[in-house]
Write a protein that binds this ligand. Structure first.
Ligand SMILES: O=C(O)CCC(=O)C(=O)O
Ligand SMILES: [Fe+2]
Length: 251
């Protein structure tokens, strides 16, 4: 406790304590199996409620104070739309609060590596480390895309009920040819998985080989997440270009 009576426990300490007391190996095993089979694993149980409340509060403040509206389509993902409000990695890093602590937490990183079945490493490209995305209008969507690095960890602050859209859709075992993305062909040629989420959920996604999107919102729907990107060992030797990120944040 500080002089002001405010909790000063670090996010890492809170997560570490929670993982020691509250998570058994069966849960890890089920997540790992799901991740291996589908590229998607629900890992909401890795964060204690007190951490979720702190993260929710920070993200809602950042959206209110520092977010930027985007409405564009990106040719590198077959002109799929981005209709959203964002807080950039630069602004999240400068704020230096709990999102950054969560990203850097060794306790969380260890748990993520256990689920992934390999080391989950810092993203080597700082503008992609984390981004907050808020969908607020009818038709708002994070359209079909892949991400540059192996892992995305998405923490869900707010998500509407299923009938208002905002659920996640994935097409595992697909790969991104940036010159010829063929998103529609991937959709036609493969099964699409859809996942309803609830506030406080978190999921791990194999973002480089899973085509994914957030279904457009219906009127009345609102949705807020932070996406944290991480690399695998194999990513560190690859030449990765960052056009979608550069296009997204150049407007
Ligand atoms: O909002 C989501 O659930 C997915 C976010 C995402 O795919 C991204 O930020 O790259
Ligand atoms: Fe993504």
């Amino acid at each position: 406790m500080s002089l002001h009576g405010k909790s000063t426990a670090t996010i890492d300490a809170q997560v570490g304590r929670h993982l020691e007391n509250g998570v058994d190996s069966e849960q890890y095993w089920l997540s790992r199996k799901s991740f291996y089979e589908t590229g998607f694993a629900l890992i909401s149980y890795l964060l204690p409620d007190e951490v979720k409340r702190r993260v929710d509060a920070e993200i809602n403040d950042l959206i209110a104070q520092q977010s930027i509206r985007r409405d564009l389509t990106l040719p590198q993902t077959s002109n799929s739309p981005r209709r959203m409000r964002n807080v950039t990695a630069e602004d999240i890093r400068a704020h230096d609060g709990v999102v950054r602590e969560m990203y850097e937490s060794p306790a969380l990183r260890g748990a993520l590596s256990a689920v992934a079945g390999e080391a989950v490493l810092d993203c080597p490209y700082q503008p992609e480390e984390y981004v907050i995305t808020h969908l607020e209008r009818p038709g708002d969507t994070h359209g079909w895309h892949w991400d540059d690095y192996s892992f995305g960890v998405i923490y869900v602050v707010d998500v509407p009920p299923t009938h208002l859209g905002g659920f996640v859709q994935t097409v595992p075992n697909t790969s991104w040819d940036k010159e010829d993305p063929q998103v529609f062909q991937h959709l036609i040629g493969n099964p699409i998985h859809s996942y309803a989420l609830r506030p406080g959920d978190m999921y791990l996604l194999r973002t480089d080989t899973t085509l994914h999107r957030v279904h457009p919102l219906e009127p009345g729907g609102r949705r807020t997440i932070v996406n944290m990107a991480f690399a695998a060992e194999r990513d560190l030797n690859k030449q990765i270009s960052h056009e979608t990120m550069e296009d997204l944040f150049s407007v």
